[in-house]
Design a protein around this ligand. Structure first.
Ligand SMILES: [Fe+2]
Ligand SMILES: [Fe+2]
Length: 186
């Protein structure tokens, strides 16, 4: 049986992947077809699959996903402000994706992790690596238009918001994610 805290965190990941899929899907729908829209299409497809993998994983562990209020990303936008152009969207995405991959890689190291969870994390991490890659490349191209300094300072602003939201989440849910906290590096 899946311990309650584990069910909570898997449901948290699932809700966050659903929110990501919707965010990138809406964004793709609003853009004209170009390289960014192409990659965003694969991106929202991946995030939707991740939500499904967590759903499947929770079922394989004989549980049902929990309904959780407020996705993590909403708190992000509250802390960092709504991105005002494509460069800012990519910057916040880059920072967020780095957080996701670091969270999954910490979780993968939890001693005695159920094989279903480990497999799911590893499957998802392959896609998340590509997310960081394509967004990083698209951001680098934008430096011509926006200037390296502005791109850097935007990333810096979102990183500060990211640390703040992550810390707040850990403080709020410390009991639930005890095992992960023991492994937390930053
Ligand atoms: Fe994902
Ligand atoms: Fe992602």
């Amino acid at each position: 049986m899946l311990p309650e805290n584990d069910l909570w965190i898997l449901s948290f990941y699932r809700a966050s992947e659903i929110t990501g899929a919707l965010f990138f899907g809406r964004l793709a729908r609003s853009l004209k077809p170009n390289d960014i829209q192409r990659d965003l299409t694969k991106h929202f497809c991946d995030e939707a699959c991740h939500a499904w993998y967590w759903t499947e994983c929770i079922e394989r562990l004989n549980a049902k996903p929990l309904k959780l209020p407020n996705a993590y990303q909403d708190k992000y936008l509250e802390a960092a402000g709504i991105p005002v152009n494509m460069m800012e969207v990519l910057a916040v995405t880059q920072v967020f994706e780095q957080r996701v991959i670091s969270q999954y890689s910490i979780h993968r190291q939890v001693p005695g992790l159920q094989p279903e969870i480990k497999e799911t994390i590893e499957r998802i991490m392959r896609d998340e690596r590509w997310h960081i890659e394509w967004v990083g490349a698209a951001l680098a191209k934008m430096e011509k238009k926006y200037g390296t300094d502005l791109v850097e300072s935007t990333l810096h602003r979102f990183r500060q918001a990211d640390r703040q939201v992550y810390k707040k989440t850990v403080d709020e849910h410390g009991q639930r994610i005890q095992d992960l906290m023991k492994l937390r590096r930053r």
